[in-house]
Design a protein around this ligand. Structure first.
Ligand code: SF4
Length: 256
């Protein structure tokens, strides 16, 4: 079995606790104009469609054996630091068959597993993967159906239905993540609506991810136009949202 991936990052300290290895899968159902990994959006590595100077970004198909061989190298570090393996993307759950095999092997070896997801995938993917996943980092970007559809091409109903299903399986093992984006959701009304959703569902922890422009250079290499502001958001700007969440009894954090 193979997976289309575009990076394996060892000694990562984001996207879950401790020292981790993060596997970045290709393919995403959404088209966020601020995406820091635009190379991840297409699943197939159709090299003939990529500009020459972007080829290093195209990714590759690797066998599960090859990927897991990288992951298992750092098992001692995971154990010592409460770390583990994170599957990210793109959207890993589009390749749920390959993901399941990686997660199954990690669990069998006693390695903590996390998935970062946009949630806009068939419920089948959650049904297949939830048993092998210790932590879901679940993006909720907006609570307005029309904004989700028109700005990022997503389906809010499906995102929320999947989240409700997941909560029934493992409410304590879900962290909601909100990329805070200028001119999209960087306002008190929208962020409060997302925090209220977390509270209502019994999810205890919310992470706010400040907008950044670290991926901007990739757009040029891919021949794509970057349509968002060229300056990131300072962490301090998010502190009022942290206070609102804490007043609701949520554990809040800025950053992933
Ligand atoms: S969900 Fe994530 S990977 Fe997909 S387009 Fe949006 S930012 Fe990029």
């Amino acid at each position: 079995m193979k997976a289309a991936i575009f990076n394996i990052e060892r000694f990562a300290i984001y996207d879950g606790s401790g020292i981790r290895t993060t596997v970045f899968f290709k393919g995403c159902p959404l088209r966020c104009p601020w995406c820091a990994n635009p190379e991840s959006q297409q699943q197939a590595s159709k090299l003939d469609q990529w500009p020459d100077n972007a080829l290093p970004l195209a990714g590759e198909e690797k066998s599960i054996d090859e990927i897991y061989a990288e992951v298992i190298k750092d098992k001692d570090y995971y154990i010592a630091s409460n770390g583990g393996m994170t599957l990210s993307g793109g959207e890993v759950m589009l390749q749920w068959g390959a993901a399941k095999e990686l997660l199954r092997r990690a669990k069998a070896d006693g390695i903590h597993t996390a998935i970062e997801t946009c949630g806009d995938v068939p419920i089948r993917a959650f049904e297949e993967l939830s048993e092998y996943t210790d932590l879901f980092l679940y993006d909720v970007k907006h609570m307005d159906e029309e904004r989700i559809r028109s700005v990022i091409g997503g389906n809010l109903k499906r995102i929320l239905q999947n989240l409700s299903w997941l909560v029934k399986q493992k409410a304590n093992e879900i962290i909601i993540r909100v990329p805070v984006i200028p001119e999209f959701n960087h306002d008190t009304v929208t962020i409060t609506q997302i925090l209220e959703l977390a509270k209502r569902l019994g999810i205890r922890e919310v992470h706010l991810l400040p907008y950044h422009v670290l991926g901007i250079h990739k757009y040029k290499r891919l021949g794509m136009r970057y349509q968002m502001p060229e300056q990131g958001i300072a962490k301090e700007e998010l502190l009022p949202y942290v206070s609102i969440g804490e007043q609701m009894g949520l554990t809040m954090r800025i950053g992933g």
